[in-house]
Design a protein around this ligand. Structure first.
Ligand SMILES: Cc1cc2nc3c(=O)[nH]c(=O)nc-3n(C[C@H](O)[C@H](O)[C@H](O)COP(=O)(O)OP(=O)(O)OC[C@H]3O[C@@H](n4cnc5c(N)ncnc54)[C@H](O)[C@@H]3O)c2cc1C
Length: 462
């Protein structure tokens, strides 16, 4: 009998015969590039990377992984901070070549292939003056972000990305392709709206769209001495601010941009990233209360197409940085919580690193906690401590900053955090993330993936 590793290698080499796309194996040209994900700290060596050309390739890759008992990682935008878009000694279903988006302007829906990024999606829907809730960086994947929930500028008005999901085509662990929607496989549809990649591979996601053309937005920078006042203002203002208001405060080192006074480049500010998605003529008025809180040192706020705002900060977070992130949901930005932010936020270590405090009230809270897998429907804020830096020799110091910040804020927060913002060492918090929905997720996992083929994720064990 052949040695199992040799047999497996042979099978991997035959995988190319089963797919239309390209199979990249160790030693092939392009393997080093193809195995890389967005977070350069992740250094995994898959046995094969399948650049899927379409849904049939996804089925073949899932079948192959299952038949050969190999772990499978699914990649769309590749932004997973814990590096769930790749895996050691397993197969990567890389959907990054599947980015077609079809918009139906009459029905106000869009169907996006499973590897689409928000930039591609927003350009396609923006051409019709339409949008849905997506992430704040254009290179993030639509699938990974939506299946985990989906927080962004438009969430207060339109709900999370997953709340705007109408249906999805899912390749299940047994290699079938099924529709998940309110009408078909409703338990699967429930589970994928927050449950991440645990239940299968989404080859297509259909979204509800909303009229959004030009937004009034951009960053404002406040002196750090005013940070407490701005955060306290934000806490109170956002409670019943119009839902077209989708901005968030951030601790941010000023990049060398022309709108920031040159002598203040490199200084740490309390930034406010504003997005008003209502009538443009009301934009200035909507943001006036922020200007009344404290002097604005620099700002680049104005009318711009929504896709432009979605790409405005891409240059701050290029691929290839080191990443370590932590997160908890928060009910109230209490004075103690604000004090914890003021103790750690000003020490943000690099221009790429940041802390964002996203508001998730409004439409996000009008969905019942058990209506989708995403359970934290009463939380008002989803902050993220996003450590990002270029130099791997600085890993220890940067990770320490994230951990210390987290240690100060976690006791004042909810037990669970948004799964898309959590670290690889957060697997023990999975139950807390899903609260009362966890048992139902386990039930769905047992039905749709009883052998846990899809386990390279924030894993729900069957
Ligand atoms: C720079 C940056 C900005 C971000 N901004 C936001 C933000 O504004 N709002 C927000 O909510 N989140 C944000 N995130 C977090 C983001 O939601 C997660 O990192 C998400 O997992 C990224 O999805 P992806 O497709 O790019 O990642 P990938 O690494 O490709 O995939 C991530 C996870 O999703 C699963 N997955 C991917 N595609 C599929 C598919 N087609 N079918 C089934 N499972 C799939 C994978 O198995 C994996 O577990 C950001 C992350 C980064 C790095």
């Amino acid at each position: 009998m052949a040695h199992p590793t040799i047999e497996r290698l042979h099978d991997v080499e035959r995988l190319q015969e089963r797919v239309q796309g390209t199979v990249i194996l160790p030693g092939d040209d392009g393997y080093e590039d193809a195995r890389r994900v967005y977070n350069a700290m992740i250094d995994k060596r898959p046995a094969a990377i399948v650049r899927c050309a379409g849904a049939a390739d996804v089925v073949a890759t899932v079948d192959f992984a299952r038949e050969n008992a190999l772990p499978i990682a699914v990649r769309a935008g590749g932004h997973s901070v814990p590096g769930f878009g790749t895996v050691d000694d397993g197969v990567v279903a890389d959907l990054s070549g599947m980015r077609a988006v079809h918009v139906d302007p009459e029905k106000r829906t869009a169907r996006a292939e499973g590897g689409t990024t928000w930039g591609v999606f927003n350009e396609a829907t923006g051409a019709h003056g339409l949008a849905t809730t997506g992430g704040i960086i254009s290179t993030t994947g639509v699938a990974g972000l939506t299946l985990g929930g989906g927080i962004g500028y438009l969430a207060r008005g339109f709900g999370l990305s997953c709340d705007n999901l109408v249906s999805a085509q899912i390749v299940t662990a047994d290699g079938r392709t099924v529709t998940a929607s309110d009408r078909e496989n409703a338990d699967l549809f429930w589970a994928i709206r927050g449950g991440g990649g645990n239940f299968g591979v989404a080859t297509e996601l259909e979204f509800r769209l909303h009229p959004v053309e030009t937004v009034y937005g951009g960053p404002m920078f406040f002196d750090m001495k005013d940070a407490g006042n701005v955060l306290r203002f934000f806490r109170d203002f956002i409670k019943d601010a119009p839902e077209q208001f989708g901005g968030f405060p951030a601790f941010q080192i000023a990049p060398p941009l022309p709108f920031i006074p040159e002598d203040r480049h490199g200084e740490t500010f309390l930034a406010f990233v504003a997005c008003w998605a209502g009538p443009i003529e009301a934009g200035e008025r909507a943001l006036k209360p922020l200007h009344d809180v404290a002097e604005v040192v620099a700002e680049a706020v104005g009318p711009m197409p929504y896709p432009a705002l979605n790409g405005a900060f891409d240059a701050l977070v290029p691929a290839g940085l080191q990443h370590y992130w932590k997160a908890n949901f928060v009910d109230e930005l209490t004075d103690d919580m604000i004090a914890a932010h003021l103790a750690h936020g000003p020490r943000v270590p690099t221009v790429n690193s940041t802390v964002h405090i996203y508001p998730i009230n409004g439409a996000c809270q009008r969905v019942a906690p058990d209506a989708t897998a995403f359970a934290y429907r009463d939380a008002n804020f989803a902050p993220v401590i996003a450590g990002m830096w270029p130099d791997p020799t600085q890993n220890e110091a940067n990770i320490r900053w994230v951990k210390d910040y987290y240690a100060a804020t976690a006791p004042l927060s909810e037990a669970g955090g948004y799964i898309n913002f959590m670290a690889g060492d957060d697997q023990d918090r999975i139950k807390a993330n899903y609260r009362g929905n966890y048992d139902r997720l386990v039930e769905a996992k047992r039905r749709w993936d009883p052998d846990n083929l899809f386990r390279v994720n924030q894993n729900i064990k069957p």
